[in-house]
Structure formats: C-alpha cells, structure tokens
Design a protein around this ligand. Structure first.
Ligand SMILES: *Cc1c(COP(=O)(O)O)cnc(C)c1O
Length: 397
C-alpha cells in the first residue's frame, strides 16, 4: 500500500501499537473482536474451491488463518518493521517453526551460548536428532562466531541482552557476518521488544518473540511470533499451517491488548531497573551488578547505540554464597519468587539452582552463573517498595 492509501504508513510506534492491523467487522466494533471459530463458511461451492486452491484469499480454517491472530500478526510486524509475521502457540513454537521451516538435515547453526536454556535443548537434543548440527559460541566474541561458520551454516541465532548477565551482542556486525556467509541472522527480541530495540532495522533477518513475556506483559498467556521478510515467513507459515503450533485467537487478543501499552510498560520497567541497578551498585552487601544501563557494564556503549533503554532484567552478586542469595530471596515479602519475566510484577530467582541449574560447573563458570547471583525481572511497582523488599534480606547479610 502506498502512503496515501495507508494512513499508518508513517505512523510512530505508539500509534502502531494501538492501531495497526485492526479490521472492523460489519458490526463496527471499536475493540478488536475475538473470533472463536475453528472454520469458516463459504458463499458457494465455487468459492470454497477457490479458497482451497488459493485462487481467492480468505479464511478456510483457524489452523491456517484467524482474523484475531492476523490482527496480532499485522500489529507485531508493524512494530518490528517487518513485512510479515506469524503467531505461534508459544515462544518455543516460534523457534521450532523457524528451524523446521528453514533448515534441513545436514545444515549447521551457530548459536549464542547465552540463550534461553530450553532453546539450547531444542538445538542440541531435538534438532540434532534430525541431522542439524549446532555450535555454541560466546555471545560477544565476534571472532568465535566467524570461526564456527561453515559452508553448511544456515542460521546464526542469538538473544541480546542476554539472560541473566545482560551481555550485549553487536547486531549490525553479526548481520554483516551472516550476509557475507549467506546465512540468516535470527534474533530473539524477547528482552527488549520493539519498544526498545528493532533488530530488523539493525540488519537481522528474522525476529523471534516469546509473546508470553513483555508483549503480554501481565503473565496471562503463552504465545510467540516470528517476524521478517515475506519470503522466509511464508515458509514458517507453511510449517505452522501443516504441523499446527498455531496461536489461539483468545491469546492473540490478550497480546493485542498488551501491545497497546508496550512502550509505556517498557519505559517503566527500564527506569525502575536502572534505578534499582544504581542503588544495588552502591550497596555494601552487593559485590557486582550486571545491567547494561550502568556505565560499568562492558556492553553499555553498544546497548546505548542499539537500544532506546536497557530493559527490565538485571542480576547481582551478594556478599557470600548460595545461602546468602537464598536468604535475600526468602526474605522478600512483595516480590514473586518465580523464573518468569516480562510481567508488571517484579520477580526474583536464583539462576544457579533453577534456570541454569542444568549447566555443568564449568559451563556455569563460563556463563558467570555464580552461587551468589540473583536475577530480578523488575516490574512496574513503586521503586522504593522494590528496594525495601530486597533490602530486607541484604540487611541480614
Ligand atoms: C521464555 C522465553 C522463550 C520461550 O518462550 P515460551 O513462550 O515460554 O515458549 C524464548 N526465548 C526467551 C528469551 C524467553 O525468555
């Protein structure tokens, strides 16, 4: 559509977040409707035939298309600046569908060591069974990425900033590397969301989301998305239509409502996290704080170039070991002790015995997951209440 036909063509993120993708039915509803239907009726046998053959666009079955899911897809595509998007049943379904659509036996993937743990299991346990090999590399070591690329490499996969120690990948440099070797750069943008970082504009080919996190923002539903150019996205859509990890219309509607407040929430998460990081950094019972918003963080300058703020996740080491970390966690009375993140409620967790508990001692050391490390996904409660709740345990150390 040209600019004259599409009034949103030049719209800003805040406007797209509220407006993009909506199609009103003949009822003229203001809110986005939830289309709870598995199938669709046709005007005639001829129309049914045309829909099935693909000669006519339109709905056939909700494993293929659903108007509520399509509205979510169009909105997240607009926010990320992608040509197309597909919704999936979860974030993992988004990653799996991307891999199943774009990889075949014999292909090779280079993946950051510091991705969501289940993503690593997907690559190393399940995709390897089907003849896809993977090498894991340190996120910020460009020469390691380069050294592991082979003739058969098809995908480079990463998250930035990483979980839990907020390392920052150089997206434009990795995009150059991917392009030079004819492979696709896939960025899981779960931690920043398009409100803070747009990987496609920085050169990435595909963006992945766990919509379960900040896109929903209130911990209600599981879902995911894949965003990018039409060509690879058509393949991903084909896999989803065939194999069924489809997003439910109800969840799509929850994510649409979440997207409407995305920028406001991400700003609140980011400003709370920065204030908390600054407070923790000068706390006598805290040894080290990992947050890319702090000038002391090695990724600070790069994060400033790629992101408009630093996000809601930080981690810190307390003085002492596991007992000290557990004491801080167990002394909280307001924060939620859970591994989830991307919620308006602040969450606190001990990575070494939970999210990263599976890692060997050597791998934990390489990933800087020490026994005294605590991760916080900072919510939007009042910052003083968050500090006070963490200080209950710190004061006992
Ligand atoms: C949670 C998460 C996923 C997986 O998403 P689900 O919706 O739980 O399947 C993938 N990547 C990152 C960065 C995550 O935090």
């Amino acid at each position: 559509m040209n600019d004259e036909l599409d009034p949103l063509a030049k719209a800003h993120l805040d406007t797209l977040a509220v407006r993009a993708g909506q199609v009103r039915s003949h009822e003229g509803e203001h809110g986005e409707p939830i289309y709870t239907t598995s199938s669709y009726v046709f005007d005639s046998a001829a129309q049914a035939a045309a829909r099935f053959s693909g000669d006519e666009d339109g709905n056939v079955y909700s494993r293929y298309t659903n108007p509520t899911v399509r509205t979510f897809q169009d909105r997240i595509a607009a926010l990320e600046g992608g040509e197309a998007a597909v919704g999936t049943a979860s974030g993992m379904a988004a990653i799996l569908s991307t891999c199943m659509a774009l990889l075949k036996s014999g292909d090779h993937v280079v993946c950051s060591r510091s991705v969501f743990g289940t993503t690593t299991v997907l690559f190393t346990k399940y995709l390897e069974k089907f003849g896809v090999s993977v090498d894991l590399v340190p996120l910020t070591d460009l020469s390691a990425w380069q050294a592991h690329i082979q003739a058969s490499t098809k995908l480079l996969f990463l998250e930035t900033p990483s979980n839990p120690i907020c390392e920052v990948a150089n997206i434009p440099k990795l995009a150059e590397l991917a392009q030079a070797h004819n492979c696709l750069l896939v960025v899981d943008n779960c931690f920043c969301t398009p409100a803070l970082q747009k990987p496609l504009a920085l050169g990435a080919d595909i963006v992945i989301h766990s919509a379960t996190k900040y896109l929903d923002g209130q911990g209600r539903c599981l879902g995911g998305a894949v965003v990018g150019k039409k060509e690879p996205l058509n393949e991903v859509l084909g896999f989803i239509r065939t194999c069924g990890p489809t997003m439910s219309p109800f969840n799509a509607w929850v994510f649409l409502k979440g997207l409407e407040t995305l920028r406001l929430r991400m700003e609140a998460h980011s400003s709370n996290a920065l204030a908390l990081a600054q407070w923790l950094e000068q706390h006598p019972k805290v040894e080290h704080v990992y947050y890319a918003g702090l000038p002391s963080h090695p990724g600070h300058e790069l994060a400033k170039q790629q992101q408009t703020a630093f996000g809601g996740v930080l981690s810190f080491q307390v003085t002492g070991g596991k007992e000290a970390a557990w004491k801080v966690i167990d002394s909280t009375k307001i924060l939620s002790v859970t591994a989830n993140l991307g919620d308006v409620k602040t969450t606190i967790i001990h990575p070494a015995t939970t999210t990263h508990g599976r890692l060997s001692d050597d791998d934990k050391k390489a990933a800087k997951i020490t026994d005294n490390l605590i991760r916080i996904a900072v919510g939007i409660e009042n910052i003083d209440d968050i500090k006070d709740d963490i200080d209950r345990g710190l004061a006992l150390l």
